[in-house]
Design a binder for this molecule. Structure first.
Ligand code: URA
Length: 295
């Protein structure tokens, strides 16, 4: 028996970020899952008659098919011949290289990707002694867009620094500080917690210069003692254990693809300085309690 899409032919399913749900799935979700386009763009492809299922053009957006049982083509090209994309989020531990190889024989992020046979590449770097969120993917174009300095993808770091950071120093970080390679763009700085000898801040920057956060804090006299990346664009580290990785959810992978598409589409707009935080954290707002939530 075949239905209106002639659904009866077994076919390997495209894999996105982990296995696709079994059974019938919306066409736009299947297309987006291969990384060919965001969900929205996939809908445009469908509506404009560029998608066929078992040879028939399908323009109805709600159409559901079983990806294991149909042949889907976009612009005449088989969906399964499009490379399936894999997106992983790793919590890089301290004292691990953020590269795939280290000539010096130190541990690398590759050592933590047990069971992953696809060649994925780190999107950006973290210092050897930094930890936290690392995205790894085989989706080269997306990685390039996210990494391009022009596109300013925000990255948030939780840092522990020496001494209690003064409001004046926070203001300097927010306005931009002079480093040897020029002024930094404005950062968003949030006080998290302070102790007698140290303080914890969350700092969001949109540039990706080498050791940038450490150099910024050094410039205002507060060397960084610990640095954890907790956010990158739409991704959050959450409670992923150090050394563990997970696949991005469909929602996260779509959000990343949407972000990359937006960045490409509005390149001129995003040349403007980064927006200032809407709501300012009170200067007197240090959390004093030992129970202050750090992440
Ligand atoms: N900034 C730094 O100084 N180090 C990192 O690892 C990331 C951002």
């Amino acid at each position: 028996m075949t239905d209106k899409t002639g659904e009866n032919t077994p076919h390997p399913s495209p894999r996105a970020s982990g296995p696709l749900p079994a059974g019938r799935v919306r066409l736009q979700k299947i297309i987006a899952g291969t990384g060919l386009a965001s969900r929205r763009k996939a809908e445009v492809l469908i509506a404009s008659g560029r998608v066929t299922v078992n040879g028939k053009v399908v323009t109805e957006l709600g159409t559901k098919v079983d990806p294991d049982r149909v042949h889907i083509k976009v612009d005449g090209k088989h969906l399964s011949s499009t490379q399936p994309y894999v997106y992983l989020l790793l919590n890089k531990p301290k004292n691990v290289m953020s590269t795939l190889n280290d000539p010096g024989g130190r541990p690398t992020v590759k050592d933590f990707l047990r069971g992953i046979s696809v060649r994925v590449f780190p999107v950006g770097r973290l210092d050897f002694d930094s930890e936290g969120l690392m995205l790894l993917t085989n989706h080269g174009n997306l990685a390039q867009t996210l990494l391009h300095p022009r596109y300013h993808v925000p990255k948030t770091y939780l840092i522990k620094v020496k001494q209690v950071v003064t409001d004046e120093h926070i203001r300097q970080l927010e306005q931009g500080v002079l480093l040897e390679d020029g002024m930094t763009s404005p950062a968003i700085v949030k006080k998290v917690k302070k102790a007698r000898q140290n303080s914890w801040l969350e700092i969001t920057i949109r540039e990706g210069r080498q050791h940038q956060v450490k150099r910024m804090l050094e410039a205002v006299g507060h060397p960084v003692l610990k640095l954890t990346r907790i956010k990158m664009g739409p991704l959050s580290l959450g409670d992923l254990e150090s050394g563990e990785f997970r696949y991005l959810t469909d929602r996260e992978a779509n959000a990343l693809r949407d972000l990359a598409e937006q960045k490409l589409a509005s390149a001129e707009d995003i040349e403007q300085p980064a927006p200032r935080p809407k709501k300012r954290v009170s200067r007197a707002g240090w959390a004093r309690s030992k129970k202050a939530k750090v992440v």
